[in-house]
Design a protein around this ligand. Structure first.
Ligand code: LCS
Length: 392
């Protein structure tokens, strides 16, 4: 498929080569290993002089389809598909950080992206500083001579705070370091960080890219061949490779990214407006509302506000618990970005046993509810919220 095709064409055909048997969809090469016709062919493959496949940890044709498709959508040199979003995050950390190295990251970054640095990478002498990256002066001040990476999640999970990618790229490059962007909340449909100056973009494809809440996976896209080669080498030696069947399912989900996400986004805008006008709701954080502190930046940097909403309930913790026990259509579940609507109240669910200090670090207040908008009928979603809010 020609990489110059437009976005929606790349979604459907990206990464796919014509199959010898003319299958319309990429076959699932469910095999751990590949045989060589003779010793010379094996020697050429191992020497990198042939692009034949060797062993599925080192590369698999079904996985390659997904890697090439996402790389084309993000406009990067190449993709690396991995077993989970966290495998993508840690592969990037492993590739660019080492003893004495330092990373500056968004404070409200997804919890595990922070936790793995503080709990595990710290054991290997890697230091990390977390700041509100929407405030560029804090980013600039946190960079040290030993800083190797600026790591930004925008919009961030779950505060929906937005960071200026182009401005961060300028800061990072002035200091000779790389900018990495976690683009999970937008997907390449709504935001293309490499075009804004980032060096590496990554996703939990568990979310919008797959979109059906049936696969856990991750992908990294590098802008340059050198970074792709470095990260690919780390991935194949550490081993968090993606399984071919997982890749097949994600490639299938990816084809409908535009129709799913645009529809969910339409629902989200209407639901955010509904919530903003509701007397039991204290605040709503959605980039499509003028009340979002970075509404203008979102409009400039993103092609749309997305399908994730955070809101606060006037009754705090107890109101959150009642809301969770009263919704019927929205499922009480972590994760996000699927066709089905999910609702989460961290203070009474995922973070119920977490210290106040750790909650504060993650940007989680007792009243915060996170709502991942699906593609159900808008009136049904609003009716579900309406009856649940009435019980508070
Ligand atoms: N990056 C972001 C922005 C995420 O939201 C997540 C997972 C990850 C990375 C890690 O991806 P995973 O390994 O789970 O594929 N976010 C989750 C969430 O909000 N609830 O459950 C998982």
């Amino acid at each position: 498929m020609n990489r110059k095709s437009r976005f929606d064409t790349l979604l459907v055909h990206g990464g796919q080569k014509q199959d010898p048997l003319m299958a319309v969809n990429p076959p699932i090469y469910q095999t751990s290993t590949f045989s060589f016709r003779n010793a010379q062919e094996g020697a050429d493959c191992f020497a990198g002089e042939s692009d034949g496949y060797i062993y599925s940890r080192l590369g698999n044709p079904t996985v390659r389809v997904l890697e090439d498709a996402v790389a084309a959508l993000e406009g990067g040199f190449g993709g690396i598909a991995v077993a989970s979003g966290m495998a993508a995050v840690t592969t990037v950390y492993m590739s660019f950080l080492g003893r004495g190295g330092h990373v500056v990251s968004t404070d409200a970054v997804y919890g595990a992206s922070r936790g793995v640095l503080e709990k595990h990478f710290s054991r290997f002498g890697v230091e990390s500083t977390f700041v509100d990256t929407s405030r560029l002066e804090l980013v600039e001040a946190a960079i040290r001579p030993e800083t190797k990476l600026l790591y930004v999640e925008t919009p961030a999970n779950p505060t929906i705070s937005i960071t200026d990618i182009a401005a961060c790229a300028e800061i990072a490059h002035r200091h000779g370091i790389r900018l990495v962007v976690d683009n999970t909340f937008c997907s390449p449909l709504l935001q293309r960080p490499l075009e804004l100056g980032a060096d590496v973009v990554l996703h939990s494809i568990t979310k919008f890219i797959n979109g059906h809440a049936d696969v856990v996976g991750g992908v990294i896209v590098a802008k340059t061949e050198a970074d792709h080669s470095l990260m690919y080498g780390v991935m194949t030696s550490m081993g968090p490779c993606m399984d071919p069947h997982q890749a097949f399912l994600v490639t299938r989900g990816l084809k409908t990214l535009s129709v799913r996400l645009l529809r969910a986004q339409e629902n989200a805008q209407k639901i955010a407006e509904y919530l903003e006008g509701h007397p039991k709701v204290a605040w709503v954080r959605y980039p499509g509302l003028e009340s979002h502190p970075q509404h203008e930046l979102a409009a400039r940097q993103q092609k749309g506000p997305g399908a994730m909403i955070s809101f606060g309930l006037k009754g705090g913790l107890e109101a959150g618990r009642i809301l969770m026990d009263s919704v019927g259509l929205a499922a009480l579940a972590v994760s996000l970005g699927g066709v089905e609507t999910l609702i989460q109240h961290p203070a009474s669910m995922t973070h119920a046993k977490v210290s106040a200090e750790a909650k504060l670090k993650a940007g989680i207040t007792d009243d915060l509810v996170r709502y991942s908008v699906g593609i159900e009928d808008l009136d049904d979603l609003i009716a579900d919220l309406d009856q649940a809010l009435a019980r508070i």
